[in-house]
Design a protein around this ligand. Structure first.
Ligand code: URA
Length: 219
């Protein structure tokens, strides 16, 4: 692909979570003056907004219940359970918010990188629930830049038998979205923003800098 070629992807596989509160909070995150404590809180809050959208289609079943007034039939979650899978290290910042939404979800950890020369994914730490193939998997990472580590993580999870896979990021570059969907057209991506491009150092522009450093205060 040349620099001038437009980046295309299947837009039906991408959900832009652009609620006004999300856009407001994202601007605070982009601000270089925002400190670690507030940045961490904002990542947690945006993960909740994204989790809300990414779990919109969870199946329900009838649930009889006695209110103080009478008996009725409500709804409860049915069937397949969730797993939250942070891509190390920045993805860890999104876990707490998602567990507030779905306290019963299991958490797996994915430490992967793609070799710059061979482009082969290397796992340096992966630990996922034993029944991962039966779960709806929410892979989380605040930044989708080149798409290299997300693609490697998704490949790894497919090898474990995962069928329902959703990638939740806070800021995406068009290149990253195209990379993930080229490799696996069945993934659904949720993002709060689709930024312009990557710079020469593979940072998202305008982006928010290094999300891991800003979450953990390692700047
Ligand atoms: N990872 C980050 O944390 N920020 C970017 O802009 C790109 C990748």
């Amino acid at each position: 692909m040349t620099a001038s070629e437009p980046i295309t992807y299947d837009t039906s596989r991408v959900t832009l979570v652009d609620h006004p509160l999300v856009q407001h909070k994202l601007t605070l995150m982009r601000d270089k003056a925002t400190g670690t404590k507030q940045f961490r809180e904002l990542v947690r809050e945006l993960a909740i907004f994204e989790g809300y959208e990414a779990t919109r289609d969870l199946p329900l079943e009838d649930a009889p219940v006695e209110t103080p007034i009478c008996a009725t039939v409500g709804k409860r979650l049915a069937g397949r359970r969730l797993a939250v899978l942070p891509i190390l290290r920045a993805g860890l910042g999104m876990v707490e918010g998602l567990l507030e939404l779905v306290p019963d979800a299991r958490v797996g950890h994915i430490g992967m990188y793609r070799d710059e020369v061979t482009h082969k994914p290397h796992e340096y730490y992966c630990k996922v629930p034993r029944d991962i193939s039966e779960r709806i998997c929410l892979v989380v990472d605040p930044m989708l830049a080149t798409g290299g580590s997300a693609t490697a993580a998704i490949e790894y999870l497919r090898e474990q038998g995962v069928r329902d896979l959703r990638l939740l990021v806070l800021v995406a570059a068009p290149q990253g979205i195209a990379c993930v969907l080229d490799a696996d057209p069945d993934v659904h991506i949720y993002t709060c923003a689709i930024d312009e491009r990557l710079n020469d150092a593979a940072y998202i522009v305008p982006g928010l800098g290094d999300a891991g450093d800003r979450i953990f205060g390692t700047l």
